[in-house]
Design a protein around this ligand. Structure first.
Ligand code: FAD
Length: 478
């Protein structure tokens, strides 16, 4: 009689190497049903945005190919995860389900329910640590509380047991005699069609485990010594661009940690800074775990009284990269075109929305959620609240990024701006960051007619700054 199978339920761990759930499932020696469930129905869950869906399609395709090379298959089902798991168990006679833990609030609730229900049925349900280096409940202050400030959190992580050495991909993954039915990936409609806006994404990224490993290696082979300083300059290709790969679990923190440890031992500088950025991701997950309403509500409740404006024209101008501030517009266009925005520019663009336009950070969070390939509930909500000043360990509200000066400091030669805002590329560097201040003669030579080719600023920087500070004064005492 053939052995009953076990299920490895893939979620945001779309890789074969260092996948503890897969290793555990394969280690049973039983046939393994590798299952991915597209769950748009679990209550409370943030439904994936358009750019994430594009990524997911490609990542699933890559995972299916990798499994195929090992004579296995990726079974695809759509529906509520609890119901799909029940169906696949009934169809296959599976006796155990393995998965790697996730930390978004709705997912935690769902997984707890599923684990209890499986156990009630007398089945085995095992969850593993596969997505973080330091699980949120393992890092605590001396008094046992969660951390709210990054620096001591980082210190505590560095003093704790380091992320485990990565596991190799399992040698053999048992193959079921009968396969449960699988849906067709194309039928899920994850790719945009009319219009197909994903050309820039295709040109920019290679989703999947192999693409993630290549990204890490090329980052390490690049100018790692320059990372600490160079990471602030959007015209330099210095950062790792691992964020979407990390979000979808095509590479693990364990793998990155080990590789950068080796690089450090080989004498690479700036590794400490890079490690601390990876720990920012851990910190965001720590915050979301302990403060599960972070994506929806101000962490500092006094911001509930903040006099936000509603202005759909301004929001559209920001989304489309037509604010009249070249550094902000370059970032917003990079985002639309590639599904990514450099971290420094994310801060500038977010600050502009919140402080110059006085639009609620949730508008920005929603837009990023839909357009980023690395859209991540923990990182996105913690970062937006950080910029707004409403979050834990946030930038002080009164620190308002000057979009002109930020451009002059971090894109002094205008390489980044010229790439994304080509209509003003002919302006000399001196006037590129504030085209409306350029003399008429300079504009003429550069063939730029304001309002026709490029908008004038939708708000005046000094006036907007004053207005933001007044708005903050209004809630200071509350
Ligand atoms: P690197 O500099 O190479 O850093 C390595 C890794 O560390 C990143 O891949 C990422 O996983 C992590 N990391 C780096 N900076 C941060 C940070 N500030 N917070 C949390 N983790 C960090 N990051 C996301 O992954 N998803 C998001 O949805 C997201 N939304 C953001 C929204 C705003 C308003 C801001 C200001 C930042 C946001 N970030 C988000 C954080 C950061 O901008 C990106 O992680 C980073 O730009 C990714 O590029 P990289 O992989 O080249 O980073």
């Amino acid at each position: 009689m053939s052995q009953s199978p076990v299920i490895c339920w893939f979620r945001r761990d779309l890789r074969l190497a260092d996948n503890p759930a897969l290793t555990a499932a394969a280690g049973t020696g039983r046939p393994v049903i590798c299952l991915y469930v597209l769950d748009d129905e679990t209550p409370g869950e943030w439904r994936m945005g358009g750019a994430s869906r594009w990524w997911l399609h490609n990542a699933l395709e890559a995972l299916a190919t990798d499994l195929h090379k090992r004579n296995n298959r990726l079974i695809l089902r759509r529906g509520r995860a609890d119901e799909v798991l029940d169906d696949v168990i009934d169809e296959s006679g599976a006796e155990a389900v393995y998965w790697n833990r996730l930390y978004d609030p709705a997912e935690i609730e769902r997984d707890k329910r599923i684990k209890a229900a499986l156990k009630d049925r007398g089945l085995m349900a095992e969850s593993c640590r596969g997505n973080l280096g330091f699980e949120p409940w393992t890092i605590r202050t001396g008094s046992g509380d969660p951390y709210k400030v990054f620096s001591p959190f980082l210190k505590a992580c560095l003093a704790a047991d380091p992320p485990a050495a990565p596991l190799p991909a399992p040698e053999g993954i048992g193959v079921p005699g009968d396969w449960p039915a699988s849906e067709d990936l194309d039928s899920w409609g994850l790719l945009p069609t009319k219009p197909d806006w994903a050309g820039g994404l295709r040109d920019s990224w290679t989703p999947g485990e192999a693409g993630a490993a290549d990204r890490l290696e090329s980052f390490l082979a690049g100018d790692l010594d320059d990372y600490a300083k160079g990471r602030n300059y959007p015209d330099r290709d210095v950062t790792s661009r691992l964020s979407p790969h990390l979000h979808f679990g095509e590479i693990s923190v364990n793998q990155i940690w080990q590789r950068i440890d080796f690089a450090e031992k080989d004498g690479a500088k700036s590794v400490g800074k890079f490690r601390s950025e990876v720990v920012w991701r851990e910190f965001s997950h720590h915050l979301l775990f302990h403060f599960p309403d972070l994506p929806e509500n101000n962490w500092r409740r006094k911001f509930d009284d903040f006099p936000w404006r509603e202005d759909s024209d301004a929001l559209t101008a920001w989304q489309k990269g037509r604010t009249g501030y070249p550094m902000v517009d370059a970032g917003m266009r990079e985002l639309w075109h590639t599904g990514y925005m450099h971290n420094r520019v994310r801060m500038i663009a977010a600050s502009f929305l919140i402080k110059h336009l006085l639009l609620h950070w949730r508008h920005g969070e929603d837009w990023f959620w839909d357009t980023l390939v690395d859209a991540d509930l923990a990182n996105n909500s913690a970062s937006w609240q950080w910029v707004a000043g409403s979050g834990a360990d946030a930038a002080p509200y009164f620190r308002i990024f000057n979009p002109i000066k930020q451009g002059q400091d971090y894109d002094p030669k205008g390489v980044y701006i010229r790439r994304w805002v080509p209509e003003i590329a002919g302006l000399p560097d001196k006037h590129l960051h504030a085209p409306w201040e350029a003399p008429a003669e300079v504009l003429k030579v550069a063939r730029v007619e304001l309002d026709r080719d490029y908008p004038r600023p939708i708000v005046d920087h000094p006036a907007a700054r004053r207005r933001a500070l007044d708005a903050f004064e209004a809630i200071k005492g509350s």
